[in-house]
Design a protein around this ligand. Sequence first.
Ligand code: GLC
Length: 745
Amino acid sequence: MQNNYEEQINQIIADLTLEEKANMLHGMGLFTSGDVSEKGIPGLETSDGPMGVRNQFPRDSWFPINLSDDFVSYMPSNSAVSATWNPDCAYAGGKALGEEARGRGKDVILAPGINIKRDPLCGRNFEYMSEDPYLVEELVVPMIKGIQEADVAACVKHYALNNQETNRLWVDTFVDERTLREIYLPGFKAAVQKAGTYSLMNAYNKFEGVHCSANKRLLDSILREEWRYDGTVISDWGSVHTTKETAEASMDLEMSVTTNFDEYFFAKPLVEAVEKGEVKMEDVDAKVRNILRMMYRLKMLGPEAANRNTGSYNTREHQEAVRNTARESMVLLKNEENVLPITKERVTMEPGERAPKKKRIAVIGRNAEHQHAGGGGSAEIKALYEISPIMGLKTYLGGNVDVVYAPGYFIPGKKEDVNAVNWQETSLERQISRRDFMGETEEQQKQREEVMKARKELREEAVALAKSADEVIFVGGLNHDYDVEGWDRDNMKLPYAQDELVEALLEANPNTIVTIVAGSPVEMPWRDKAKAILWCYYAGMETGHAFTEVLFGDVNPSGKLPESFPAEYTDTITYKNGEFGKEDCVTYKEGIFYGYRYYEKEGVSPAFAFGHGLSYTTFGFSDLAVEALPQAGVVNEEADLEKATVKVSVKVTNTGKVAGAEVVQCYVSDTECSVERPVKELKAFGKVFLEPGETKTVELTINNRGLAFYDVESKAFVVEAGEFGIHVGSGSDKIAESAKIFLTK
Ligand code: GLC
């Protein structure tokens, strides 16, 4: 940004009164910051969220305006984007989201959420990207760049350690320094230093006893001083709890869920605190400066304002981008005996005596028709449309195939309270975890028995239908009653007795195609019996089309799991340590050993491993070549960490009969090290598209940081001399070729 804005910013500040400055530092609407209109300074229009631009609320009410002008593109969740392992999808998604936000007149989109998926039960996992910090870095950077090309600020969230929803406003988190630096900060650091995010959102929780909104270690020493961040920090809604301490930390804009805007901590109380000499004017000025700097960057102010991107929403281009990402996000977990793809012959009518005989496809499970856009919490979206799986199937197959549906399982209705306000209005009251509701009253027991009866009837109906069909497709999984902000799941099982149903369907037809739509892993006790399993994260408005294109082979699935799927929740280290979902204090005792870093260390086999995903074709790897460059391991200053250090090349051949894409994953193992390191860690990857028989050489580069670990003594990432393993394959559990390099110092 040109420096002269700094001068102009100083001039503006010199002209503002204390009251006017304070006005800019807190919400004057639920999603709008205060303006100083008489001096030409607008308020910031913010909006959720990661899956599209949220519906419009009045300035001071959680009752949506409910006009017909805020239907929007319903984007794939970050989990779906990550499952593509394709930075181009992340960029395209960010670009569309930024344009939609600008089109809706927003200045800040409160996205992307990138908290590490530390435990499968976290309610907001669907909004986040991965368990692996490197995969997060590689996807969050293009996504933010795409957003900000539309002259809209990304607001990367939630900084930091917001890895559970249970009691998220108050839970205190403790993590050792090495784990903080190697796992929980890299995504945010890349967002700041590589993507140039214009804003960042502090998390609700505490870190080392201090709320993230007032945490000087996170906000001042790490974010501002170490990372040189000069953007805006926006509080999570209602995450500010004090005036003085927060003003003295580098949090700039207080937002909340209440409408007493003048009483916000950064409103009148801040003015009074400055007047009493409790808060320094220079701390106030620094916040105003950060906000004004962002306004200039957004072309809200200054000579470039006339050229600000105008944006657009609900365009064909956005819909196509969503469909492409949805296609690449689908993960084929299992496919035996070529159950998939469903070939045209299997659904073609057979000649009959008089009329041809239609083939019948039984589609079983509520997620075949359920629409997910309107749930999840602040990520809720008023989707212009959402193609469900059964809609995708029916529009694809047309009238010459008999597609029949049965819900298969029963979802107890929620008591709709017509007077209920948006859940968020009361979200600041000390949150009660779902567990507190587990006591069963007599009325609940009666309801449970009715549910059990309904489930049995529905299961029998579904099985009968399955027996009558040529193809059976189960579409189950979770929904935003379970993948939801504010709560964590109590267990990793499929709800609504789906497991019994899947078992019964597999009994009725062993070739039942099991598809799961969900935002976080589930236990699949029937996985060895099922021949075909397709996993779909919430993939946005085009899910049903992409889902169908994959099932029928028009699209060859290329998704890879961005997180481990444990066989059972009790296999996770966070469960074993009892350090997830606690109400008051969570200590990350596992350190860096969680997810695949834990399973590989302890020899625990997950149901499906990090990076796993099959294709309708097969790929061969050959000719791995690894070269350590002269600067490998030479780290004299932080910049040296980003220098290319190891060149990896490998040939990939499509050895099958159909075109497809493979994600070449490169893992590094540091076999000689003074500290314990994981068996291996993802440090490079590339997606390659190949025609049948085609071979391409994939070239990847690992930088020094890819070899380094964080040394708490020297407070820096260091590379130790010695042997390193370089492992290349199609999944963390499918290493095709390995090589060694030796670094001498
Ligand atoms: C919510 C969420 C945050 C969201 C904000 C505004 O509580 O934690 O992700 O952007 O408040 O709705």
